[in-house]
Design a protein around this ligand. Structure first.
Ligand SMILES: [Mg+2]
Length: 345
């Protein structure tokens, strides 16, 4: 499969003067949706609330209780499901008997949404065409909710009862776990390289709280692991040594980092950021620019592409991250599925 290679040539704006000299201001954030056409207005009759009680501040059950009480007052039925193990949400969604007027609600983080849409899109029926998803942020990473500007559960409920739907792209991600091919649908990001190293380190330092993410990143930068890979972007091969490859559907990722400020979730493509082999000092500079709300995009050491199909091949299996979870290893393939799910907006 080969089509035109879409590379984003970004022109930096004029520098602005600050206390410590002049610097490039962060880019303007792209709109989450570019298709302004209202998909439909949905009348919700029953809500399947799927709660990850371990996510984020571990208050998912409390929030789900409040939601079902409020829904009762609105004369909307609800069923609450609590996840007990990894991938349980996927299993729950695959077993639901959907009826007209049903909707799904995710009470968790980006990983919970990822499991729910995977369960929905793997079903043999066409439920993903009809059953919309409501997103309640209660995870440690809430990138999708952040980008959609969903403030809290009340905001999510209000959107659901108003019923305005938008369609969203997702990525069909094929990767390996213990020599077996696995499929996960991604709504947020797919990472390979430095970002994954940082996440794996951070997970080992959970006791440190949110600072573990910065510390994990810094330690990974100092270690400076560089990997050779073959990266095929819509069939065009880049055979090189990389610090990282980062695929984004949403603009933000991780702990509210603006990784891909230009990304839209409904343009039929995903954004890819590439950092080739550069010095640790240059990576550190990039990391600081990233922390300063996204001005890393002007750094000449970052390349941006948009694609429909992406393949990463490595000599040795290397770790990948899908929507914040370290799920498996390369070889990796991502196929964009345009307008795959409906969300309340
Ligand atoms: Mg996109």
């Amino acid at each position: 499969m080969s089509s035109n290679l879409e590379k984003l040539d970004l022109v930096p704006p004029d520098k602005v003067k600050g206390f410590f000299g002049s610097y490039y201001p962060p880019p303007e954030l792209a709109s989450h949706f570019i298709n302004n056409k209202l998909e439909e207005i949905y009348s919700v009759k029953r809500v399947h609330i799927i709660v990850n009680p371990f996510a984020g501040k571990k208050n998912g059950n409390k929030i789900a209780n409040l939601i079902s009480q409020e829904l009762q007052e609105l004369k909307i039925d609800s069923i609450t499901y609590t996840t007990e193990y990894a991938n349980h949400a996927e299993k729950i969604v695959s077993d639901i008997s959907f009826e007209t007027g049903d909707s799904l609600m995710s009470v968790g983080g980006d990983g919970t949404i990822s499991e729910i849409i995977t369960g929905l899109l793997k079903r043999k029926d066409s439920s993903s065409d009809s059953v919309p998803l409501s997103i309640v942020p209660s995870g440690s990473g809430n990138s999708q909710a952040n980008d959609m500007e969903v403030a809290d559960y009340l905001d999510a409920m209000q959107r659901m009862t108003v019923g305005n739907l938008r369609k969203m792209d997702v990525g069909k991600v094929t990767f390996m776990v213990d020599g077996k091919e696995q499929i996960r649908y991604s709504h947020n990001l797919v990472g390979w390289g430095l970002g994954v190293d940082a996440n794996i380190l951070a997970e080992k330092m959970r006791f440190l709280g949110p600072i573990r993410y910065d510390l994990g990143s810094l330690m990974s930068i100092i270690r400076g692991k560089v990997r050779k890979a073959k990266c095929y972007i819509d069939g065009h091969l880049i055979d090189s040594s990389f610090i990282l490859l980062l695929i984004q559907n949403t603009k933000t990722g991780g702990d509210r980092l603006t990784l891909a400020p230009m990304a839209h979730v409904d343009d039929g493509k995903m954004d890819l950021g590439i950092i080739y082999h550069i010095s640790r000092f240059q990576v550190l500079k990039l990391f600081n620019q990233l922390k300063a709300s996204g001005s890393h995009v002007w750094n000449p050491n970052v390349e941006y592409y948009r694609f429909k199909n992406l393949v990463i091949e490595t000599d040795e299996p290397t770790a990948i991250n899908v929507d914040g979870e370290n799920l498996g290893t390369t070889p990796l393939e991502v196929n964009v599925v345009p307008s795959a799910i409906k969300v309340f907006h």
